[in-house]
Design a protein around this ligand. Structure first.
Ligand SMILES: Nc1ncnc2c1ncn2[C@@H]1O[C@H](COP(=O)(O)OP(=O)(O)OP(=O)(O)O)[C@@H](O)[C@H]1O
Ligand SMILES: [Mg+2]
Length: 221
């Protein structure tokens, strides 16, 4: 839990799981209920971090040395947390973020084999250990996720172009993280149709926000 007044929800999982589709739907529903919501994404969410995003995802920059990749993600996150996420949470907003540090653990840790201790140190540096209050993990077979993206059109980015074995290790790393922190994670079966997934996601978000509101009332009655 963050000790900040706002509420921090992250959307995680492999490519094509439906994170961006669902984050938009949740944001629309919350906004229409009058909730002060900020939608953002990683890497990115701030001008400097978006510039780093373009560098990271550009296939023309492949191959990127694993340490360089890790440090660029960490730099983008440090800027995003300091300039966007933390101030929003300090002012009591609900922050919805499309990917966050669990993606680094899954892709750079699970996918590329970076030492978990090193990742923890970097998270501490980049985020001051800011953890999400709720993480929705969109889980499905990478083959299906990549097939969905194939129908999205446009060129493949550098991560999408990785092997299926790479994406399988990333998926496993996400699921392991969810097993380690069952309080924070909700694993969403992302194989179902968009509306069915939204129903599950919305139920989880509502439950979590209700608890948050009760906690807030108890803190300042
Ligand atoms: N439940 C679903 N069933 C079928 N297609 C879906 C579903 N959810 C999303 N899609 C479609 O799959 C594609 C990928 O969805 P989306 O962009 O939301 O995934 P993502 O998790 O954000 O992927 P990425 O990690 O690449 O950003 C889109 O074309 C979207 O319309
Ligand atoms: Mg997306």
């Amino acid at each position: 839990m963050t000790s900040l007044p706002g509420f921090f929800i992250t959307f995680e999982g492999i490519e094509g799981g439906g994170k961006t589709t669902q984050i938009r739907r949740v944001a629309d529903r919350l906004s229409s209920m009058g909730v002060d919501v900020l939608v953002t994404r990683e890497p990115g969410g701030d001008p400097l971090a978006e510039s780093i995003r373009r560098l990271l995802l550009d296939p023309a920059n492949a191959p990127v040395a694993p340490a360089a990749e890790l440090l660029l993600y960490a730099a983008a996150r440090a800027q995003h947390v300091a300039r966007v996420i933390r101030p929003a949470l300090e002012s009591g907003r609900v922050v919805l973020c499309d990917r966050y540090s669990d993606s680094t653990d899954a892709y750079q840790g699970g996918g590329r084999g970076v030492d978990p201790e090193m990742l923890r140190t970097l998270h501490r540096l980049a985020t001051g250990d800011l953890k999400p209050d709720l993480t929705l993990l969109f889980d499905l077979d990478p083959e299906e996720g990549l097939a969905r993206i194939g129908t999205r059109g446009g060129e493949k980015d550098r991560m999408e172009g990785e092997t299926l074995a790479f994406h399988r290790s990333v998926r496993e790393a996400f699921l392991n993280a969810a097993r380690r922190e069952p309080e924070r994670f909700r694993v969403i079966d992302a194989r179902r149709n968009v509306d069915a997934v939204t129903d599950v996601v919305w139920a989880e978000v509502q439950t979590a926000l209700e608890k948050w509101k009760i906690g807030r009332r108890e803190a300042c009655p």
